[in-house]
Design a protein around this ligand. Structure first.
Ligand SMILES: NC(=O)c1ccc[n+]([C@@H]2O[C@H](COP(=O)([O-])OP(=O)(O)OC[C@H]3O[C@@H](n4cnc5c(N)ncnc54)[C@H](OP(=O)(O)O)[C@@H]3O)[C@@H](O)[C@H]2O)c1
Length: 249
């Protein structure tokens, strides 16, 4: 892998983002939020409805490495269902790395829903060892599952994701959160103004289909959001861009 910006040098994929120390960047009362997404050159986040066909090995490693750096990992209910999420940290080596960083061996899982139609058939929700926080404004009871569910009920319409982030910090001590998509959840979190950075892998592919989701869906931003480039890495035609968002850019 090669760093192209801010400096030019060779580096190992394992050192792509080194020690991010994200919890030190947390604003008062809520977590520092980074999003990690992959898109084709024409901006699509899926191929045949899944993200898997877009990635390469370096992207996979970075996806897992980012999980070793945060208190919590958040994903939308469609992503958890479609991608068949399982326990968030399986490798004992990565669990040990998290422990050396002062983190719980397995990150807290977080999702958000207005309908409470949780993907309880997935291995994540079937795993008694998984701790999952559900941010919701629904008063419905969650479906039964084996995972350890905590329901954070937030008043009001629409679902207040800023209040959700504040609850995660106040009730669960979450200082850093990795948002893994999907495009709708990224859109909602971006519109709520709670995302600080976007790690975007640019796959050297053209999806070529208008049926595929774009990297950001459903968001109504008041105006286009500026992004500040923090770093640019390259590996086998794949580009790994790290951006700061908006006022953080
Ligand atoms: N390229 C990538 O990096 C990447 C990453 C992840 C996923 N994906 C792909 O993206 C697809 C899934 O993404 P998706 O965008 O369809 O769904 P998603 O973002 O995973 O989840 C969407 C769900 O979030 C819930 N939600 C909670 N708060 C919301 C709010 N304020 N606004 C809107 N929805 C809210 C909604 O469920 P309720 O109606 O219950 O509220 C909604 O159905 C899959 O095909 C997956 O493979 C790609």
């Amino acid at each position: 892998m090669e760093s192209l910006f801010p400096e030019r040098r060779e580096l190992a994929v394992a050192d792509a983002y080194g020690e991010l120390r994200l919890h030190e960047l947390a604003p008062p009362g809520r977590p520092y939020v980074i999003a990690n997404m992959i898109a084709s050159v024409d901006g699509r986040a899926t191929l045949a409805g899944r993200s898997g066909g877009l990635g390469n090995e370096a992207d996979r490693q970075i996806f897992l490495d980012l999980r070793t750096q945060v208190d919590a990992v958040m994903a939308g209910i469609a992503t958890i269902g479609i991608e068949g999420y399982g326990p968030l940290m399986k490798s004992s080596e990565r669990k040990a790395k998290r422990a050396r960083r002062g983190l719980e061996p397995v990150p807290l899982a977080v999702t958000a829903t207005r309908t409470m139609e949780l993907p309880v058939q997935t291995p994540l929700f079937s795993d008694p060892g998984s701790r999952i926080v559900v941010l919701t404004n629904s008063d419905r009871e969650p479906p039964r599952c084996a995972a350890q569910l905590s329901i954070e009920r937030l008043p009001g319409e629409p679902l207040d994701l800023l209040a959700g982030m504040e609850r995660l910090r106040a009730h669960r001590g979450v200082r850093s959160l990795l948002l893994e998509g999907g495009p709708t959840m990224l859109g909602a979190m971006t519109a709520a103004g709670v995302v600080h950075e976007l790690f975007l892998t640019r796959a050297p592919k053209l999806a070529g289909s208008g049926d595929e989701l774009s990297v950001l869906e459903g968001a109504s931003l008041d105006e286009p959001l500026g992004l500040g480039l923090v770093s640019l890495l390259a590996d086998g035609g794949y580009l790994f861009l790290r951006y700061r968002l908006g006022a953080n850019a």
